[in-house]
Design a protein around this ligand. Structure first.
Ligand code: NAD
Length: 398
């Protein structure tokens, strides 16, 4: 009986949301399943393929990209299931709210496989009809393109309308260089940089994007690098510290400097940060905690400056732990995932799509008054002041 009432309420809520989405022409109060169907029919249709340098084939879904990350086997089985339940709820909400980014272009920096936040954000934006242009780190470009061509990412490239996510272009990029003149000779001639087919500096890529595709609406910064990340701060060298800030924080300033002038008014930029900026997370070293603190502070200043200068919004998402390639390189991501599942208010593993959907929201007109904010998408872990699985909380019965 109680369940029945709750169902009716949620149906009414779903119906109300469909009524809100008047661009779909739906003004009738409807049942829950009809509401979801109506919203699905009205889901944005992706625009034409345009100039596509990479496309992929195959079927599947991105669900599980985050869920495939570490953790104890038994725990992971349970939590993966609850994670995918949440994921389907999230994409349902996205359809009902009708985030519509058709006719918009996004430049996403920091995609070199299908496991990280950059891929998931690209996919969420593509779901909303946005065209995606990538900036991929030069040393990672060849393996990314080869894997893509061989269909390694096919399963995770499938959009809900049955089409596959396509990228208009993938530009080789290295976000630690503002101009080509900044690139030292040993890097230019390094074998790992052979994949570069032109100017791969931030300014160079912005210029190429402008020439090839005109303005963009969305800029995503989903990259970080700290060569001494495994060293405690106390043992970090000046070089390692500055390198972490250069790759992980200044890179965003540089992107806003060079892509800002290309951004249409009303556009939005989003970066990814981590709780280590404000709480001590032993193991996240090499100045990476400082780099994230700088990124968060810069988000506010850039929001003001770019808001006044270009009329765009700037936000950052503080994401919970995800078993991405970069996170695996740090070496303790499985522990962080397990810790979060044991101690966060929501006891499940974070899925990359949950972060991606918030990024799509932040880039949409639905978030038109949100700028300079750090939004936590971490199952609420940031709110906790007590580790629920602490041994100190254990009661020993006599
Ligand atoms: P990822 O490996 O998918 O993404 C990191 C990307 O940065 C890679 O594609 C890499 O090629 C790129 N990169 C490194 N140096 C670069 C450079 N100089 N120029 C251009 N690109 C460069 O891993 P991810 O975890 O999805 O990371 C994306 C963002 O999310 C990062 O800012 C990271 O700090 C943040 N984040 C990650 C977690 C997590 O647990 N994985 C949690 C919170 C925040």
């Amino acid at each position: 009986m109680v369940e029945g009432v709750m169902m009716q309420r949620s149906c009414a809520r779903a119906g109300a949301k469909v009524v809100l989405a008047t661009r779909y022409g739906s003004r009738v109060r409807t049942t829950c399943s009809t509401a979801v169907r109506a919203a699905s029919v009205g889901a944005p249709v992706r625009s034409g393929p345009g100039k596509v340098s990479l496309s992929c084939v195959g079927a599947g879904s991105l669900a599980g990209a985050g869920a495939s990350a570490g953790g104890a086997k038994g725990a992971r089985r349970n939590l993966s299931a609850s994670s995918s339940q949440v994921t389907s709820t999230v994409s349902e909400v996205q359809r009902v709210l009708g985030i519509d980014l058709r006719g918009k272009k996004a430049f996403v920096a920091g995609v070199a496989d299908d496991k990280g936040f950059g891929w998931a954000i690209s996919k969420a934006l593509a779901e909303a009809g946005c065209e995606i242009i990538l900036g991929t780190w030069v040393p990672a470009l060849k393996i990314f393109e080869t894997s893509y061509r061989r269909g390694k990412f096919d399963e995770n490239a499938m959009l809900s309308d049955g089409s596959k996510m396509e990228f208009k272009h993938v530009y080789p990029m290295d976000a630690v260089f503002d101009t080509l003149a900044d690139v030292p000779e040993e890097v230019r001639t390094n074998k790992r940089y052979e994949a570069a087919d032109g100017d791969f500096s931030v300014a160079g890529v912005a210029k190429r994007v402008k020439e090839d595709y005109g303005n963009v609406d969305i800029v995503i910064h989903s990259l970080a690098n700290g060569p001494e990340v495994q060293k405690p701060l106390l043992e970090t060298s000046r070089h390692g510290y500055l390198a972490a800030l250069s790759a992980s924080s200044y890179s965003f300033i540089s992107m806003m400097q060079h892509f800002g002038p290309l951004m249409n008014k009303g556009g939005a930029a989003v970066s990814l940060t981590y709780l280590a900026s404000e709480r001590v997370i032993p193991g996240y070293g090499g100045g990476m905690s400082s780099a994230k603190a700088a990124l968060e502070s810069d988000t506010q200043v850039l929001a003001f400056e770019a808001g006044r200068k270009y009329g765009v919004r700037v936000n950052t998402i503080s994401a919970g732990p995800l078993g991405s390639r970069a996170a695996r390189a740090i070496g303790f991501i499985d522990d962080m995932i397990n810790y979060s599942m044991a101690n966060a208010p929501i006891e499940k593993e974070l899925a990359a799509e949950e972060v991606a959907n918030v990024a799509a929201f932040l880039c949409s007109p639905l978030a038109s008054a949100i700028t300079g904010s750090c939004i936590y998408v971490d199952n609420g872990l940031n709110t906790m002041g007590l580790a629920m699985d602490s041994k100190a909380l254990e009661r020993v019965d006599d």
